[in-house]
Design a protein around this ligand. Structure first.
Ligand SMILES: [Zn+2]
Length: 93
């Protein structure tokens, strides 16, 4: 058993087909999209009637916060580029 460093949730680690380790929530949830077969995690189509594992990244509040921050940074960068292009455009006129 392991715990998420970000939110302290109970997680387990699974190995994907690509051989990478991925944290999943300890408890299966309806609509989960990860099935472990022969020790390998496989992504399947989510079925609301079937409880399966789900990536902890999908539910971790800390991860969501980090993603939001990343998204914010990306938006800011896009805006910066847009403005840079605008000023370039104005300069050429
Ligand atoms: Zn977490």
């Amino acid at each position: 058993m392991a715990y998420c460093k970000g939110c302290q949730a109970t997680i387990t680690w699974v190995r994907t087909e690509g051989g990478r380790s991925m944290p999943v929530n300890f408890e299966k949830v309806p609509g989960g999209n990860i099935e472990v077969k022969d020790g390998v995690a496989i992504f399947v189509a989510p079925d609301p009637m079937v409880a399966r594992l789900i990536s902890h990244f999908a539910t971790c509040p800390e991860e969501l916060k980090a993603n939001a921050a990343l998204l914010g940074a990306k938006k800011a960068e896009e805006e910066r580029r847009r403005r840079a292009q605008l000023s370039l455009f104005n300069f050429r006129q």
